[in-house]
Design a protein around this ligand. Structure first.
Ligand code: ADP
Ligand code: MG
Length: 691
């Protein structure tokens, strides 16, 4: 016997080979199998005998493949796959266009379900590009099947068949059989959602949701089931954030009173006027650090929106109270960039600023430093502060209470430092609510006045040479250019081919196009130190052009670069393209962004047009969420969140409903009173890793 959390091989008929395949699909426990959700459904209703088929209708047959073959029509650059099928009543042809891999799956002698529209051709009736399901492939089908017995074994009642993420040798049909066996036998399915929540928000029970999502009778059942399952995951996510927030509220921090005259003096010393957003954000932060509960705030603003000076105002106020500030950046270059900026901003002020990176040690003891600038990793590892009161982190969104406390000399008895995290990735509000639910949000919505708009152009292949000529001219004027290579989907192999791609592009540019220029190459396979050196060479104008994969560092300032050329632009999200574009136009020079693509669909054109026309990062993020879904806002790393919940993060209505549910929960209930929820929460903390 098995239960919900048993290892998957406690199910009957799962030997080492199948186990290995299931593991590939991340199915390790019975629960993983139940939560291996279909990514689409096929309509196999209207089951007919071949002899009864009528032209124009949509129908499903169960038949044997008598013959299958493929031909190429070179003139039209097309492959055609043709199969002759037969059941007990008649034969029929089926034709597929441009699916050259079909013959790997569909083979002579196999039984299949074929579903699609019936057309009439010169040779009679035929299926054109039908959906199919292989029935007689798996070794566990011991009997010789007929269309009748196979139909009897079909696992659906009204025709919607779940199609799952598969792996070689493990078909959707197999998964369906196993899931059915589990649902038929499993007595208890734990439900961590409190019952009053399910009731209040009209959610179906967990067992029903699983039954319906795997074996739906109609679309409405699928919708209800998806809602229920997405709801519980987002509920968990929000409970987690709220819990973190409460935890932080229960800690003490040192209060930093706002010294207004001092801040005014600093602001007037700046060579520019603060934007309204900067003023508002600074004020929110100053009010936060006056409190005796630790600040937990994220400052989000486009590249170039001026986040550093906002953080500097908070640092100034803190250092002036003789309390320490830590300023953390993800890379060495960024750390030294921040160090320079802060040293400049605080010229003439009596603060000691120190830089602390792998290659740069502090000269004096940390005790003497007012503002320590360094890399995340280094400061976390080696350093204990005397009286750290404020931590500013660039491009790392979460920095937990424990992490903060660990920076203190005596983590047990001291106050927890205030946290200001900064991000250059504008994200839509609904997502921010959920992902940064534990953080208060400050937005820099406007760029400082007087910035030149970056001229963005979608370049057709026939104008490629002109674009190269343009780059050449910019370099003659003393400027520099980036060339970004196409993104390839996530996986180890993909990183390798990305590297190969970038290397090829680098070779092409340095040998054929710009043989007389100096070109640098940056990709994910280089060591951190090598990457830093390449970025430094570019910053110091030792190279004219930097060819890079999408790894090109966020936040690095290359004010001299004026051209951003992006290959395979259709493969990136709008937000990411916008981030790349933000790498240029960092100084007074007019800058340019050129988009190249090999996809000429209407969608691509439409998407790129949005980018050409808009320079509002938040607007682009909203669009992006609409078009591509939320996945891309979490970078290349998986978030640990199930796909369904992930996809539902763009459903504003659902997110707001869950928020009400969470409010209700904290009003009348406690996590400790719900052992199942509490257990899921601990698991969730382990699995989730977005930054
Ligand atoms: P980011 O938000 O990308 O970190 P930075 O803080 O690096 O942006 O600021 C980008 C540039 O804009 C810096 O050179 C900074 O001095 C300048 N800057 C910041 N605020 C203003 C402003 N209000 N007016 C003009 N320039 C500003
Ligand atoms: Mg910055």
């Amino acid at each position: 016997m098995f239960d919900y959390s048993s290892p998957i091989n406690t199910l009957s008929g799962i030997g080492p080979k199948v186990l290995e395949k299931l593991t590939k699909l991340k199915i390790k426990k019975v629960s993983d199998l139940l939560l291996h959700l279909p990514f689409r459904y096929e309509d196999f209703s209207n089951i007919k005998n071949i002899a009864d088929l009528v032209v124009g209708e949509k129908a499903t047959i169960t038949a044997k493949i008598l013959n299958i073959g493929q031909k190429r029509v070179w003139r039209r650059n097309m492959t055609i796959t043709e199969a002759l099928l037969e059941d007990e009543t008649a034969p029929i042809m089926s034709v597929w266009f441009n699916q050259p891999y079909l013959t790997n799956t569909l083979k002579k002698g196999l039984w299949v379900n074929i579903s699609g529209k019936i057309s009439l051709g010169k040779r009679g009736l035929y299926f054109s590009n039908p959906a199919f399901e292989v029935l007689g492939e798996e070794p566990y089908d011991e009997e010789i099947p007929t269309s009748q017995t196979l139909r009897g074994a079909r696992l659906h009642t009204a025709g919607l068949i779940a199609i799952y993420p598969e792996t070689a040798g493990l078909t959707s049909r197999y998964l369906r059989l196993k899931i059915k066996a589990v649902l038929d036998n499993l007595i208890k399915i734990p439900d961590f959602l409190p019952s009053y929540i399910s009731k209040e928000f009209n959610l179906i029970a967990i067992r029903q949701a699983l039954q319906q999502i795997h074996f739906p009778k109609n679309q409405a059942e699928i919708n209800n089931a998806q809602k229920r399952l997405a709801f519980q995951d987002i509920f968990l996510l929000q409970i987690y954030s709220r819990n973190e927030k409460e935890k932080i509220k229960s800690k003490l921090a040192s209060s930093i009173p706002t010294n207004l005259p001092l801040i005014k003096k600093f602001i007037t010393s700046l060579p520019f006027q603060l934007t309204n957003s900067q003023k508002l954000a600074s004020w929110q932060i100053l009010k936060d650090i006056e409190k005796i509960t630790p600040m937990n705030r994220i400052l989000v603003g486009d590249v170039g929106s001026g986040k550093t000076v906002v953080a500097a105002i908070a640092a100034l106020n803190t250092a002036n109270q003789k309390q320490q500030v830590a300023f953390l950046a993800p890379t060495e270059i960024l750390a030294s960039q921040h160090f320079k900026t802060l040293t400049n901003l605080f010229k003439g002020w009596p603060f000691k600023i120190g830089l602390l990176t792998a290659s740069h040690k502090l000269k004096s003891g940390l005790d003497k430093i007012d503002i320590a600038v360094g890399t995340h990793a280094l400061i976390q590892k080696n350093v204990k502060f005397k009286n750290l009161a404020l931590v500013v982190v660039d491009e790392q969104h979460r920095f937990g209470v424990d992490q903060r406390a660990s920076l203190l000399k005596d983590p047990k008895h001291s106050a927890v430092p205030h946290l200001l995290s900064m991000s250059a990735t504008p994200i839509p509000r609904t997502l921010a609510l959920t992902i940064y639910g534990d953080l208060d949000l400050s937005l820099l919505k406007e760029l400082p006045k007087g910035r030149k708009k970056i001229i963005t152009k979608s370049v057709s292949p026939s104008n490629r040479d002109k674009a190269y000529q343009f780059i050449e001219n910019q370099i003659k004027l003393g400027h520099q250019a980036f060339v970004i290579c196409p993104l390839i989907e996530e996986s180890e192999a993909a990183i390798m081919s990305e590297v190969k791609n970038a290397t090829a592009e680098y070779e092409k540019l340095s040998k054929n196009i710009f043989p007389h220029l100096k070109i640098g190459l940056l990709h994910g396979r280089l060591k951190a130190q090598e990457k830093e050196q390449i970025m430094l060479d570019f910053k110091n104008k030792k190279t004219n052009i930097l060819v890079s994969t999408s790894v090109v560092e966020v936040g690095v300032d290359i004010p001299n670069a004026t051209v951003m050329m992006i290959e395979g632009a259709d493969r990136f999200g709008l937000s990411q393209l916008h981030q790349f574009r933000g790498r240029v136009g960092r100084a007074e020079h007019q800058s340019y962004c050129f988009l190249f693509t090999e996809s000429y669909t209407k969608n691509t054109a439409e998407r790129l047009r949005i980018l050409v026309e808009s320079e509002d990062g938040f607007k682009l993020a909203e669009k992006d969420l609409e078009i591509r879904g939320p996945g891309q806002f979490f970078g290349r790393e998986q978030s640990g969140l199930p796909d369904l919940a992930m996809a539902s993060l763009k459903d504003t209505g659902l997110i707001e409903e869950v928020q009400q549910a969470v409010n209700l929960f904290f009003e009348k209930d406690k996590i400790e009173n719900n052992p199942l929820l509490s257990a899921r929460l601990s698991e969730f903390k382990e699995s989730i890793h977005w930054e």
